[in-house]
Design a protein around this ligand. Structure first.
Ligand code: ADP
Ligand code: ADP
Length: 222
C-alpha cells in the first residue's frame, strides 16, 4: 500500500496548522513526533477523513483518496487519544458494536473478536463491563476494537498515554505484533514510546516537517 500526501495545508481561520506537508507512506511503522500544538492531531484527523484539508492532495495507491472514500474508511483503523469507550458496554458488546459499525458480518465479528481479545490479553474479561477496566485495560480494549476489521491503515493517537513504563513497553510490543502488511502511524510526544518499534520518524513543529528519516539516521541526530 502506498499513501502519498502532497502539499497538504490546513488553516483554521487565519492560522496555519499544517503548512505544505508532503510525505509518502508505505507499509511499516511511522512515528509522528512533535510538541503539543505541532499539528499532529490535525494531520491524523485529515488522514482519517474526519477533517477536510484546506489545500493539497492525498493519493492512495495512485488514486485520489476523495474518489475512494468508502473503501478507504473500511480499511482504516483510527484510535483517538481520548478514550471514547462506552463504559456501560461489556468488552464483547463494545467489539460487536464497532464491528457492526464497520459493516462486518456477525460470524466474522465473533471470530475476529475471539482472536483479538487473546492477543491483547483481555480474554478473561470479555464479558465484563468496560467501567471495571483499568486504564491499561481500556487502552488495550480500544486497540482491539480498532483492529476488529483488520485495517490496512492504522492511526494511533498517543496510544501509550497515561500508562506506566512497563505497560508502555507492552503496548509498543502489541502494536508491533499487529503491524504486518499495514501502514501504522503513531503520534506521540514521547520518543521512547515509539523508538523501538518504528522504522521511520517524522518530526512536526509548527505545521512543518522539521526532520524525518529512518531509525538510524534519526537516532544519530538525537
Ligand atoms: P498537536 O496534535 O500536535 O498537539 P494540533 O493539530 O492539535 O497539534 O494543533 C495544531 C495547532 O492548531 C495548534 O496551535 C492548535 O491550537 C491549532 N488548532 C487545532 N484545532 C483547532 C481548531 N479547531 N481551531 C483553531 N485552531 C486549532
Ligand atoms: P494499568 O492500569 O497500570 O495499565 P493493567 O491494565 O495491567 O494496569 O491492569 C491493572 C489491573 O487489572 C491488574 O491488577 C491486573 O491484574 C488486572 N488485569 C489486567 N488485565 C487483566 C485481564 N485480562 N484479566 C483480568 N484482570 C486483568
Amino acid at each position: 500500500m502506498k499513501l502519498e500526501i502532497k502539499q497538504l495545508v490546513k488553516n483554521y481561520g487565519s492560522f496555519t496548522a499544517l503548512d505544505h506537508i508532503s510525505y509518502t507512506f508505505e507499509n511499516g511503522i511511522y512515528a509522528l513526533l512533535g510538541p503539543n500544538g505541532a499539528g499532529k492531531s490535525t494531520f491524523m484527523n485529515i488522514l482519517a477523513m474526519l477533517l477536510k484539508e484546506t489545500q493539497g492532495e492525498i493519493i492512495l495507491d495512485g488514486k485520489p483518496l476523495v474518489k475512494q472514500k468508502k473503501s478507504f474508511l473500511n480499511m482504516l483503523g483510527y484510535m483517538p487519544q481520548q478514550q471514547c469507550l462506552y463504559e456501560d458496554f461489556t468488552l464483547k458488546d463494545f467489539m460487536y458494536y464497532i464491528g457492526n459499525l464497520k459493516g462486518m458480518k456477525k460470524q466474522e465479528i465473533i471470530s475476529r473478536s475471539q482472536y483479538l481479545v487473546k492477543e491483547v490479553k483481555l480474554e478473561d474479561v470479555f464479558y465484563k463491563k468496560l467501567s471495571a477496566f483499568s486504564g491499561g485495560m481500556k487502552q488495550r480494549a480500544m486497540l482491539a476494537a480498532t483492529l476488529i476489521n483488520d485495517p490496512k491503515i492504522l492511526i494511533l493517537d498517543e496510544p501509550t498515554a497515561g500508562l506506566d513504563p512497563m505497560k508502555r513497553m507492552e503496548m509498543q510490543n502489541m502494536i508491533a505484533s499487529f503491524a504486518k502488511d499495514k501502514i501504522v502511524l503513531i503520534a506521540t510526544h514521547v520518543v521512547s514510546d515509539v523508538e523501538f518499534i518504528s522504522s521511520k520518524f517524522i518530526f512536526l513543529k509548527e505545521g512543518h516537517i522539521i526532520l524525518q528519516g529512518d531509525r538510524i539516521s534519526i537516532l544519530e541526530c538525537l
